[in-house]
Structure formats: structure tokens, C-alpha cells
Design a protein. Structure first.
Length: 107
């Protein structure tokens, strides 16, 4: 949850400077938005499952719903890890981000 919020803060900050970076910033913002989305959905599943887990102790009919939420959380976490590896977790990607953010359009 904290990482999702930090990602949101970074994306919001970069949005403020969109005019200085031009259209090349859009795909980077989209990567951050996708990370926020995946982490937010996974967190929603985890929180809902946590709340439902207490109720399952007294109402076994809720077990399928709990299994659905637990499986959804695992699936979303795996999707986040795949997305992160593909889009963010390589040395050259970090360098590309840093180099891009050092440049800016001339006002």
C-alpha cells in the first residue's frame, strides 16, 4: 500500500511538469498508473479478504468468496511482479528514466 502511494506521489509530481518533458513523458506516466492500478486492486482484495476471514469462522458459506478474494490477490500480485520485471526492473530502464528526467524541453 505504501509503495502504491509513493508511486501516486511520483506520478502526480511528474504530471505537474508535463509541459517541460513533452509527449515522451506519457508512456512513463502510464507505467506508473498501471503500477498503481495493479497494487491498488491487489490491496483491495487483501483488505476485503482480511475482513471476510473473520466472518468465515462463523459462516462457512462465505468460504468460496474468501477463496475468490485470496486467489484474486495472488493473481494481481503476480501480474504486478510480471509488469514490474518487464517495464521497470532492468538496469538500463533505470538509466533511461534518469536520463529522460534530466532533460527537459526549453521553455
Amino acid at each position: 500500500h505504501a509503495f502504491r502511494l509513493e508511486t501516486k506521489h511520483l506520478r502526480d509530481t511528474l504530471e505537474l511538469f508535463r509541459a517541460l518533458y513533452g509527449p515522451g513523458l506519457a508512456p512513463r506516466l502510464e507505467d506508473l498508473r498501471k503500477i498503481q492500478e495493479l497494487l491498488g486492486q491487489a490491496n483491495d482484495h487483501v483488505v476485503a479478504a482480511g475482513r471476510l476471514r473473520e466472518r468465515v469462522r462463523t459462516d462457512l458459506a462465505l468460504q468460496p468468496a474468501l477463496a475468490f478474494l485470496d486467489n484474486g490477490a495472488k493473481s494481481l500480485q503476480a501480474a504486478f511482479r510480471r509488469y514490474w520485471r518487464e517495464r521497470m526492473d532492468a538496469p538500463e530502464i533505470e538509466v533511461r528514466w534518469a536520463n529522460y528526467l534530466r532533460r527537459r524541453k526549453k521553455p
